[in-house]
Design a protein around this ligand. Structure first.
Ligand code: SAM
Length: 286
């Protein structure tokens, strides 16, 4: 198993404006398709089912999806919880334009930056039972901004609300790559516009804020079985046959139905962290 490594900023020259433009271009190129924000449809189906299951076990009258892109996941959540009031927010106006083309009665979409979420003019603070965010933090350039974003999302929660973060974690990718190496497969690298979270940094921060800001209730390495099937076995078969892997292949389709094997074998980069707001306690615990 690979040891934890500091997340690599895949491009030292990446600029926030370039990342923003990248998402504008993705919306332009893919419209309302799920391909605008993630290329692997079968993984996405699995991820949404895990999010929906998590939300079904908590109060969910009001749900905010931060970094919602073109609203693909937001709309699935809204359909799963038709009695809930669901809001999606993203800093790419073109993504929000696409999201607004879908009309579902219990959803609204707004432009907005996660780094100034609590100052958004139309979305109130402390209004949400659930704030969910999938792969938004990894678009921020460093851990300091990622932490600011987590705390901004917390401000949107009701006193006993839950923050569900579904994010890519460097150690999960490192572990996956070490399994791939045993099959002679090249490592999967982090894309230029992403900075994966570090499990070590997240763990340390969660330890600092537990009991007075946010407390970790649950952690899951989403799709570890899926990634072994898709990114290792299927990838190895493709390599042997001299063909390029395709996301829409039968192994991915069926692997998306495999159960996740728990956190202890984190060979997928995709983690779900469920954090409970601790609004009542103003002072840090000693
Ligand atoms: C990988 S996509 C994920 C979209 C969506 N959550 C999903 O799973 O389909 C990342 C999204 O985060 C948005 N984003 C990146 N930085 C942001 C920021 N500072 N504030 C709000 N949204 C941001 C991008 O515009 C993009 O739509």
């Amino acid at each position: 198993m690979a040891k934890s490594a500091k997340p690599k900023s895949s491009s030292l020259s990446r600029k926030p404006d370039d990342v923003h433009q990248f998402w504008e271009d993705q919306a332009q190129a893919h419209g309302g398709s799920d391909l605008a924000t993630a290329p692997d449809h079968h993984y996405r189906t699995l991820e949404i089912s895990r999010i929906v299951q998590a939300i079904s076990g908590m109060p969910n009258d009001t749900i905010l999806d931060v970094g919602c892109g073109n609203g693909y996941t937001t709309l699935e959540i809204a359909k799963a919880f038709p009695a809930s009031e669901v809001i999606g927010v993203d800093y790419s106006p073109k993504m929000i334009e696409e999201a607004n083309k879908q009309v579902i009665p219990n959803v609204e979409f707004f432009d907005g930056d996660v780094l100034s979420l609590s100052r958004h003019k139309e979305i109130g603070v402390q209004k949400f039972d659930v704030v969910v965010s999938t792969r938004c933090l990894i678009n921020l350039p460093n851990w300091d901004e990622q932490k600011v974003a987590i705390l901004e999302m917390r401000k949107m929660l009701k006193p006993d609300g839950r923050l569900i973060l579904v994010e890519n974690v460097q150690e999960g990718l490192d572990n996956l790559n070490s399994v791939r190496a045993t099959f002679g497969l090249d490592p999967i690298s982090v894309r230029w516009h992403n900075r994966y979270l570090s499990q070590v940094e997240v763990g340390k921060f969660m330890e600092e804020i537990k009991g007075h800001l946010l407390t970790v209730e649950y952690v899951e390495n989403i799709g570890n079985s899926y990634y072994l099937a898709s990114r290792v076995l299927y990838a190895a078969i493709c390599k042997e046959q001299g063909v390029e892997p395709e996301y829409d292949n039968p192994i991915n389709k069926f692997a998306a139905k495999l159960p996740t094997m728990g956190e202890f074998y984190a060979c997928s980069p995709n983690f779900m962290f469920i954090l409970k707001n601790e609004a009542g306690n103003a002072q840090p615990r000693s």
